[in-house]
Design a protein around this ligand. Structure first.
Ligand SMILES: Nc1nc2c(c(=O)[nH]1)N[C@H]1C(S)=C(S)[C@@H](COP(=O)(O)O)O[C@H]1N2
Ligand SMILES: [Mo]
Length: 320
């Protein structure tokens, strides 16, 4: 086993997904660890049968976060084979089969709109804006399944604080990559692409909202939104937009993909709320992947104490 050291790490070292998945099988999900003082490194595993298995790049995580839940984590297998990523197919098992065609390097994110310093940031610069943190969060899909994932990322506020916004910036709009060559199934996704999402500026500044680059100690697999996605744990999963290429600061509430698709069923806010049912199903309970019995869904997915004040005075039934 050859281990390359921290200084040599660049995000562009990202391994193709197929090879990555092979090594996962080899090391198993159990070897995930918080790397303490060591920096990101790369494993070259020569013992994998008949070929060299390059690693998913290990990410260095400085500290345990007080924002993490101590609930049991969902298995790596479930989180990487049961996905919603319509650009790669609408079946839960399709993204894991198809997303290897996503090219995640080189990758740039454009920052534009109501900001004085519009720019293009590459992944390395984005990841260096703040120390990487592990955030073990509950993730609740609007379809009433849930998972617990050890994400790795930086507070979205770390990016926003580095920018000079104009006084008109009231919302943040996000856009995913849409390249039909890499995402041929996007044409039959049944939703308008590119996928777009948005947050109010104060929601985006909340310490729980993160720009996410990895999970389970390593860079994100393509099907989970590589190389950079949003994670907003108090909102339904569809707000956590994957494979982001553009972040815009805007004055008016921006359009969002599922609201465009069906505004009766999916609102802009989409805070997890067990007391506001989806028109076609109850939001009172959920199925946690890997568990047999359904669980009660918690107010704002269990983050009410932290984020409730963002919505003080708002009618949560109207602002669904
Ligand atoms: N670009 C894009 N982002 C997306 C989606 C998508 O289809 N396309 N699906 C959303 C939905 S509905 C959920 S529940 C989460 C799923 O994330 P996961 O597959 O990593 O669990 O991603 C969200 N982000
Ligand atoms: Mo979802």
């Amino acid at each position: 086993m050859v281990i390359r050291k921290a200084a040599e790490f660049k995000y562009s070292d990202i391994t193709p997904n197929s090879v990555y998945m092979n090594r996962r099988k080899f090391i198993g999900a159990g070897s995930v660890a918080v790397a303490g003082a060591t920096a990101g490194w790369k494993l070259l595993d020569l013992s994998w049968p008949s070929r060299v298995a390059l690693a998913g790049t290990k990410l260095n995580v400085a500290n345990k976060s007080p924002f993490s839940t101590s609930e049991p984590q969902t298995s790596y297998k479930d989180v990487t084979t049961y996905n919603n990523y319509y650009e790669f197919g609408t079946g839960k098992d399709e993204p894991s089969k198809n997303a290897h065609t996503l090219r995640t390097s080189p990758w740039t994110v454009s920052i534009d709109g109501e900001v004085k310093n519009r720019k293009q940031l590459d992944l390395d610069s984005l990841m260096k804006l703040a120390p990487l943190e592990e955030r073990i969060y509950r993730h609740r899909c609007v379809e009433a399944w849930s998972i617990v994932v050890p994400w790795i990322g930086i507070p979205l506020s770390a990016l926003i604080n580095k920018l000079e916004l104009t006084p008109k910036a009231k919302y943040v709009a996000f856009q995913s990559l849409y390249d039909p060559k890499q995402m041929p199934l996007g044409r039959s996704a049944g939703i308008q692409l590119p996928y777009v999402e948005g947050l109010r500026l104060d929601e985006a500044m909340h310490p729980l909202a993160i720009l996410c680059f990895g999970m389970y100690g390593e860079t994100l697999p393509n099907q989970d939104g590589a190389p950079v996605r949003l994670v907003v744990p108090w909102k339904y999963g569809f707000k956590s937009i994957k494979s982001i290429v553009k972040i815009s600061f805007v004055e008016k509430q921006p359009p969002t993909t599922w609201n465009i698709a069906n505004s009766q069923e999916y609102g802009f806010y989409s805070n997890v709320n067990p007391t506001v049912d989806h028109p076609r199903w109850s939001q009172g309970t959920e199925r946690r992947l890997g568990e047999l019995r359904r669980r009660k869904t918690l107010m704002f997915n269990g983050y009410w104490d932290q984020v409730g004040q963002l919505y003080a005075g708002m009618d949560l039934k109207k602002n669904y």
